[in-house]
Design a protein around this ligand. Structure first.
Ligand SMILES: *Cc1c(COP(=O)(O)O)cnc(C)c1O
Length: 279
């Protein structure tokens, strides 16, 4: 259990009106920023999806974001997925919205008044230790942090056992920073082809975390390289790579650069919810 989880009840469902308004303002600001960046880059409106990075936020805060227009969420830690999923699933079912895997059942239980009209994909965006795979598989649609054949094989084995298909993004360490997870850029194409060929997984794209520097050119070069890698994987025609389309790149600080370089999913936390009180 991570220390901050002792300080904050992440299953809490009730937040005050001022906090809900703050979050709604954050969502609207980020959606406006995405629309502006799409226009500036000459990209189609709506071509970039916004994933709310919800680590350290409680169920009430996440619901406020969803009520303000968030359609996709991502957690870093399996334990946070486990703690928040039941409350989120139930509150969303009341609104006719299914969450992650298995949200459809909850909507059915919520009764006829709650026919599912919408679905909120649930992603895991943080490192996954293999002993936690079983915790997240019943809940998350896509694991964005797959960076080795060993991890992919373990997820594939579990998924096959459960008779499900799990979406995966291959995480690439484009910046080369040692603190970051992700495979080496030079291995990405080979790994993607091998993951694509595994049963139980659907390779949906690539993910990276932007370089932690102040140099725009360096940050953009990493994003552009991820895009070219994705294009090469798609062009290879290799088995199981036809859906390798997503580029999950761009966070609060570098979202606009990422959108200019072709991002299809931006993962934003701070600009929606404010600064994190816990790491
Ligand atoms: C926390 C996190 C984000 C969002 O970061 P912000 O700077 O708060 O927008 C995105 N991706 C990953 C993998 C994260 O851990």
């Amino acid at each position: 259990m991570t220390a901050y989880m002792d300080h904050k009840d992440l299953a809490n469902e009730v937040i005050d009106q001022a906090r809900a308004q703050e979050i709604a303002d954050g969502v609207h600001k980020v959606l406006d920023g995405i629309a502006q960046a799409e226009a500036a880059a000459g990209r189609e409106a709506g071509s970039v999806k916004l994933l709310a990075a919800t680590k350290t936020r409680d169920v009430g805060e996440i619901m406020a974001a969803i009520d303000a227009g968030i359609h996709m969420i991502g957690e870093n830690r399996p334990q946070e997925v486990v703690v928040k999923a039941p409350g989120l699933t139930r509150l969303l079912a009341e609104r006719g919205i299914a969450l992650g895997v298995g949200g459809d059942d909850a909507v059915a239980e919520a009764g006829a008044g709650a026919a599912a009209t919408d679905h909120i994909p649930f992603h895991l965006i943080g490192q996954l230790q293999s002993n936690k795979i079983g915790k997240v598989l019943p809940v998350v649609n896509t694991i964005e942090s797959v960076d080795s054949i060993e991890l992919a094989e373990k997820i594939a084995r579990r998924a096959t056992m459960h008779g499900v298909t799990v979406g995966v993004l291959l995480e690439v360490n484009e910046s080369g920073e040692e603190s970051k997870s992700g495979c080496a850029p030079s291995h990405a194409i080979d790994l993607a082809k091998r993951i694509g060929a595994m049963g139980g997984l659907e390779l949906q794209g690539l993910m990276t975390i932007g370089a932690h520097v102040n140099d725009e050119r360096v940050i953009r070069a990493g994003f552009a390289h991820l895009r070219r890698t994705r294009d090469q994987i798609l062009a290879s025609g290799a088995e199981g790579t036809a859906n390798c389309k997503e580029l999950s790149m761009g966070m609060t600080q570098d979202m606009a650069y990422a959108i200019e370089e072709g991002s299809t999913i931006v993962r934003v936390g701070t600009a929606i919810f404010g600064a994190r009180a816990f790491i």
